[in-house]
Design a protein around this ligand. Structure first.
Ligand code: SAH
Length: 238
């Protein structure tokens, strides 16, 4: 994990031996499971360190995760990105992971056990339904997501989880200005307000990565999110 260790220094993160061991175990779990079931296309040792772990940790540039007892949910976490790397580095986070694919949540359960992570809840389900559950609706200080959906659909899948005063941080690639333009209405309808677009400027990435930060300023109307699949199929576009 030497590549990760030195790369994250630029994010002002100094990994301890325990954290490095956790990342190493996480890498092994990904590789082992990937030989049986297809979980991710990124498997090369260097690529996992950069494209999965370092990329996930760039979120820490835009938000202070050292705040105490932070409730964080990662929507469409896949094999745990960015939620698990954030939890390894900031162990006090109270983490919830939601993922629609069962084989991925099985994997996540095993990772959490192997890495000895505490206060991690894994939900096998869709954001559209879970966001209507009173246990999870408007209960999180921070909602993170990476590669989940185009922004208009993404805000419908994430903002309902966020408490008023909290924020959503979406990891995005490519032409973000156009996506933002198309998302203005959806952001407003869901009770959000665009706070900031943070450009990720690391030499490891050259594909216009950014972090879109949306504040939650008022409650999401009860009819949102709409039924499973609808936010993606009929996004609210401005
Ligand atoms: N965040 C991860 C995975 C991105 S792929 C990463 O960056 O590596 C998107 C993931 O979101 C997939 O695993 C998919 O199963 C999940 N997903 C897509 N739509 C979802 C929804 N509506 N609710 C929950 N999970 C969803």
């Amino acid at each position: 994990m030497e590549i990760l260790k030195s790369a994250v220094e630029k994010l002002h993160i100094h990994l301890t031996p325990l954290q490095l061991e956790q990342f190493q175990n996480y890498y092994h779990e990904i590789i082992n499971w990937n030989t049986h079931i297809n979980l991710t296309s990124i498997t090369d040792y260097t690529d996992v360190q950069i494209k999965h772990f370092l990329d996930s940790l760039t979120v820490a540039e835009a938000f202070d995760f050292n705040k105490r007892s932070l409730e964080l949910i990662d929507v469409g976490t896949g094999v745990g990105m960015p939620g698990i790397p954030l939890k390894i580095v900031f162990p006090e986070i109270r983490l919830t992971l939601i993922e629609a694919t069962k084989k991925k949540t099985k994997f996540l359960e095993e990772v959490v056990k192997q890495l000895g992570l505490r206060e991690v809840e894994i939900i096998a389900g869709r954001a559209e339904t879970t966001a209507h559950d009173i246990l999870y609706r408007e209960k999180f200080d921070v909602v993170v997501s990476r590669a989940l959906a185009p922004l208009p659909a993404l805000v419908e899948l994430t903002l309902p989880f966020c408490n008023i005063g909290g924020c959503c941080i979406a990891q995005k690639k490519g032409d973000i200005d156009k996506e933002i333009e198309q998302s203005k209405k959806a952001i407003e309808v869901m009770g959000g307000k665009l706070h900031r677009i943070y450009k990720v400027e690391l030499k490891e990435f050259n594909d216009n990565r950014s972090l879109v930060i949306i504040d939650k300023i008022k409650a999401t109307p009860v009819e949102y999110p709409r039924r499973p699949g609808i936010p993606g199929k009929r996004p609210i576009i401005s």
